[in-house]
Design a binder for this molecule. Structure first.
Ligand SMILES: Cc1ncc(C[n+]2csc(CCOP(=O)(O)OP(=O)(O)O)c2C)c(N)n1
Length: 563
């Protein structure tokens, strides 16, 4: 049989469950998938290659592959797909899957199992992890297993639907390797079902009654509100002020005169909260590191909108909880509210002024790094670039809020605070077609976790500029040691490799800067090249930030922690 007839057969009539999975993924719209090949997933990956309908990107490790699929999902606003093998491989993906779970990213993790007769029975088959489902359930929104080849197409659609439906999140699908090889009759793929949860009209009426009494209403927009940009912006035009969490960035334009952007915990923001007389919290966990562990006073009454009913009042008591999809709830409010709310113009003016003041204060604290932050701020928003950040001082200071993003899907960062995911997230974000070259902000310490994924970036021709802030060690931890541990800098001055040589080894262009005067030009040149490249900033030569960053501000002991 020649290859072309094999390809045709593979694309039209799946003969095995593995082929069925491959063709069903393409049928539901998947165009790019990530992963690491193994005996235990070859029946599917071989079919993907033969069918030629999905681009498979081979990562160097499962952790990186998971980060790639996660970032791809966030930027493309579609399903991210990652393949791993049984046991160690699935475990390698678990840390990165926690990030996808934290950020509510719709990722489908397709992994494998030992042969059906050996599953769950601890019979020492190769790759077996007898309690693999327990591990995967702990890092997944939902978990599925395909026992019978004939159910492959339907269970795949169910798993994809579960990942995409709000509250979105990573879903794991296990398929024993022998099941992947078993014959199927060739099924039509069931469509992915997205059923946004509609709000109760009676609860919307109650919210409108509260809003009608408010003169100084605020919206707090979290990651769950990212799909409700138009409705949130319309509420702001009608007379609300806005602020976002880091995950909800740009749900309302970050430079909007009535938005605090993500400057949500500054003294200026807290003065706005003290003056506001209503807050509508949409799709936000009100995270500890963004609310002083829930000690930061927020306005009352507090109306909470969340697709996950179990979140009701968890971190702040809600005067009214609406269990609903964010967009449907905000549209329901808009349809009930007048075209102009009778709200306080002075309050709304104060919001823009508060954000500008916070931006000025932040910029002043950067010292020599102002040049760098200004240059990034000048191009990321204007060019609508994906802006991907690892957990590093540069991000915690200016990357997370000062460098504006043009749309919620263009910002990708490790919301859960795990270092080392930046390179791989950069690859995943950059491989979404239709965007200009991505910029990926990295630290030298974190980057050492997944340095191998630089090879993936080169091989996949990921259009990304990797901006490496090299302070030769774990900078933020050193700052915490100085502030809280009498300067005992233990375990933080780790060996730092020569990143120029590493780039050379994988064939990536690299430029090192010891001063920042030329930074804007160097960045422009790097952005103009189609292939991935690295700009390394030698921070030991450039010098210190004017104010050192020693971790997120802590709340009072325990915050509003409940017993
Ligand atoms: C997976 C993981 N391991 C450990 C940590 C603790 N940690 C937080 S920041 C940091 C240092 C990061 O160093 P680098 O990437 O060089 O950035 P810098 O702090 O120097 O800006 C460490 C080890 C973490 N957040 N996540």
């Amino acid at each position: 049989m020649d290859l072309s007839s094999t390809l045709r057969m593979g694309a039209t009539t799946p003969r095995t469950a593995g082929e069925q999975i491959a063709s069903s993924l393409a049928d539901i719209g998947v165009r790019v998938a990530f992963g690491v090949i193994s005996i235990h997933n070859m029946p599917i990956l071989d079919a993907i290659a033969r069918q030629g309908r999905i681009r498979f990107v081979p990562a160097r490790g499962e952790a990186g592959a998971m980060n790639m699929a996660d970032a791809y999902a966030r930027v493309s606003q579609t399903l991210g797909v990652v393949f791993t093998s049984t046991g160690t491989a699935a475990g390698n993906a678990a840390g990165s899957q926690i990030e996808a779970l934290t950020a509510g990213s719709p990722v489908l993790h397709i992994t494998s199992q030992v042969d059906r007769a050996f599953v769950d029975r601890d019979r020492a088959a190769i790759h077996d992890a007898p309690r693999q489902p327990d591990m995967l359930k702990a890092v997944s929104k939902a978990y599925f297993r395909i026992w019978e080849p004939e159910s492959a197409a339907d269970i795949l659609s169910a798993a994809a639907s579960a990942a995409l439906n709000a509250p979105a999140g990573p879903v794991t699908l296990e398929i024993p390797v022998d099941v992947q090889r078993l014959p199927v009759t060739g099924k039509r793929t069931a469509p992915v079902v997205a059923q946004p949860l509609a709000p109760s009209p009676a609860l919307l009426d109650q919210a409108v009654a509260l809003i009608a009494r408010a003169k100084r209403p605020l919206l707090w927009l979290g990651g769950g509100a990212r799909g409700a940009s138009a409705a949130a912006t319309e509420l702001v035009e009608r007379g609300f002020g806005a602020v976002t969490s880091t995950n909800g960035r740009a749900t309302v334009a970050e430079g909007h005169e009535r938005s605090l952007g993500a400057f949500n915990m500054t003294p200026e923001a807290q003065r706005i909260y003290a003056n506001a007389d209503l807050i509508v919290v949409v799709g936000s966990r009100l995270r500890g590191n963004e609310t002083h562990n829930n000690d930061m006073p927020l306005p009352r009454p507090l109306v909470q909108i969340d697709a996950d009913w179990t979140q009701a009042g968890r971190n702040y008591p809600a005067d009214l909880f609406i269990g609903s999809d964010a967009r449907l709830a905000l549209e329901g409010l808009l349809s009930r509210l007048p075209a102009r709310l009778d709200t306080d113009k002075g309050f709304l003016r104060d919001i823009g002024a508060a954000r500008e003041q916070a931006e000025t204060n932040l910029r002043a604290a950067l010292g020599p790094y102002q040049i760098l932050a200004d240059a990034l701020r000048a191009c990321v928003w204007k060019d609508r670039r994906p802006w991907v950040r690892d957990v590093t001082i540069a991000n915690s200071t200016f990357g997370n809020r000062f460098v504006r993003i043009a749309a919620p899907n263009l910002g990708v960062h490790a919301l859960g605070g795990g270092i080392g995911q930046g390179i791989a997230m950069g690859v995943g974000a950059a491989l979404v077609s239709g965007n200009p070259k991505a910029i990926v902000l990295l630290g030298d310490g974190g980057s050492q976790l997944m340095i191998g994924e630089l090879a993936t970036a080169v091989e996949a021709r990921a259009p990304a500029v990797f901006l490496l802030m090299n302070d030769r060690g774990y900078g933020v931890i050193r700052n915490i040691q100085d502030a809280q541990y009498e300067g005992r800098r233990v375990y933080t001055d780790i060996l730092t490799p020569d990143f120029g040589l590493i780039c050379q080894a994988v064939g990536m262009a690299h430029e090192r800067l010891a001063e920042l005067g030329e930074f804007a030009n160097v960045l422009e040149r790097a952005l103009a090249r189609p292939e991935p490249c690295m700009i390394e900033i030698d921070m030991t030569a450039v010098g210190s930030f004017r104010e050192s960053f020693a971790g997120p501000p802590a709340g009072a002991a325990g915050g509003r922690a409940r017993p």
